[in-house]
Design a protein around this ligand. Structure first.
Ligand SMILES: NC(=O)c1ccc[n+]([C@@H]2O[C@H](COP(=O)([O-])OP(=O)(O)OC[C@H]3O[C@@H](n4cnc5c(N)ncnc54)[C@H](O)[C@@H]3O)[C@@H](O)[C@H]2O)c1
Length: 437
């Protein structure tokens, strides 16, 4: 099939490359001309394992190309995926101006039947507005002469394992209102041989917000349990193991830590709370989830402070900046809030992250960027594990202890065993792992 993907970010680029790899002809479009120019030179704008090779292969085999010209892409394609960003506005709404702009551009350039698919995460009823916008903006000569369908196909891939998630999804959700749209999307996804959940558009839109909100709820739930564990001297990892073996609960997303971040959970929760309120429902549960998450970010700073007394001029090493491992994405990363709080107390911060240092240099000031974990830990009064990159799980702890000013580890992701670290001579503080010191 001929496909256009509008918006070549984490989702659009992965989606485009994967659809191309499945044998489709794909044009990835972006209004960021620099991004398109780089992609034409095969320079990836993001770090995502395996993406570079996937893009190269499909460009070489002429199934994938890049363009800043939406007109050309629309002309050549039957299915148009909208994968632009939907960032949060100050009032909690999702900013849908990108989606509206694309809908207007589609209307202007429609040259025959097209299926327009929302891939971006959008609030319920966006499908209606996309259809309305296209109808209103169709040139008069084309009104009533050209037909199109709108569908919802939310994306569930995770950064860091996006290609695998795309190629081997748990399910694919398709929200459609016409047989033509249903057939096109079912055919397109057939090679993936997975469960297709076919619904109406509104239900599909809600499935995405409900799924992300539920996962965020699991994280905040276990973080609240971690707080109780610290007050009574229990171990949240054992609690999570014990809970997670119950098939009705499951172990995934029950890892206590410094809270979720990223470009999805925080904004999708806000958007869901806002859309609920607009529809007359106060989603108090999700507000509590959000509050618990904010608390975790402040609490780790309190832990550092409790352990070090005065923060002014203390040397603090943060390991990890990205909001989770295997990505360079810093959007709403807890590291940013932690750095800001520590800096406001006068701490001297040294950081290392395996992939996000270049992006961090553009937005974080006044910290020392180091070439590896050991350089960052040199002379430190405290090492804080912020992101659970695998390479931090395998540090030479004897070497670490030798180079630090004092052997204190605050493990914001519970990647180490408290007893092991104590045996190695560290003062170890985890998240919900025994009585709070
Ligand atoms: N990142 C994820 O893990 C993830 C997972 C599932 C769903 N989503 C959702 O997918 C959507 C995209 O997320 P992302 O992380 O890929 O964002 P992103 O910011 O990485 O990419 C969005 C791209 O859209 C481009 N763009 C914006 N307006 C445009 C326009 N009018 N025309 C052409 N291009 C335009 C931007 O230049 C950018 O390159 C969001 O709604 C997000 O919530 C993201």
């Amino acid at each position: 099939m001929n496909i256009a993907i509008i918006g070549t970010g984490y989702v659009g680029l992965v989606t485009g490359a994967c659809f191309a790899d499945l044998g489709n002809t794909v044009i990835c479009v972006d209004n960021n001309k620099d991004k398109i120019a780089s992609l034409k030179k095969l320079i990836m704008p993001i770090y995502e394992p395996g993406l570079d090779e996937l893009v190269r292969r499909n460009v070489k085999e002429k199934r994938l190309c890049f363009s800043a010209d939406i007109k050309e892409a629309l002309r050549k394609s039957k299915i148009i995926f909208i994968a632009v960003g939907t960032p949060p506005l100050d009032n909690g709404d999702a900013d849908l101006t990108g989606v509206e702009n694309v809908a207007k551009a589609i209307a202007k350039n429609l040259n025959g039947y097209k299926l327009i698919v929302e891939k971006s995460t959008v609030p319920v009823e966006t499908g209606f507005w996309v259809e309305h916008t296209i109808k209103v903006n169709l040139p008069n000569a084309k009104k009533g002469k050209i037909s199109f369908d709108v569908a919802s196909n939310p994306e569930f891939l995770r950064e860091g394992q996006a290609i695998n998630d795309f190629m081997h999804p748990d399910r694919i959700v398709i929200g459609v209102e016409s047989q033509a749209a249903r057939e096109l999307l079912c055919d397109l996804y057939k090679p993936l041989k997975t469960h297709l959940v076919v619904t109406d558009i509104k239900s599909a839109e809600i499935i995405k917000h409900a799924s992300n909100s539920f996962l965020a709820t699991k994280i905040s739930f276990i973080n609240a349990i971690a707080q109780i564990c610290e007050r009574v001297g229990a171990d949240v990892v054992k609690v999570a193991d014990g809970m997670g073996m119950d098939k009705r609960i499951g172990r995934a997303f029950l890892d206590a830590g410094i809270g979720y971040g990223g470009s999805c959970f925080p904004k999708d929760l806000d958007a869901f709370i806002t859309i609920a309120r607009k529809n007359g429902y106060d989603f108090e549960l999700l507000k509590a989830v959000r509050d618990i998450n904010e608390y975790q970010k402040k609490d780790i700073v309190k832990k550092i402070k409790d352990a070090l007394w005065i923060l002014k001029d203390k040397r603090i090493c943060l390991l990890g900046l990205s909001f989770k491992p295997n990505t360079d994405d810093l959007r709403s990363a807890p590291s940013l809030a932690i750095i800001e709080s520590l800096q406001s107390e006068g701490a001297k911060i040294r950081v290392f992250d395996p992939q996000s240092m270049e992006k961090a240099k553009e937005i974080v000031q006044g910290v020392t960027f180091c070439k590896d974990a050991y350089q960052a830990a040199k002379g430190a009064d405290c090492v804080v594990i912020v992101t659970e990159w695998n390479e931090f799980k395998e540090l030479d702890v004897a070497r670490l202890k030798k180079i630090m000013h004092q052997p204190l580890i605050i493990d914001g992701r519970n990647i180490y065993e408290p007893q092991v670290m104590k045996k190695n001579g560290f003062r170890y503080i985890g998240m919900g792992r025994g009585k709070r010191q």
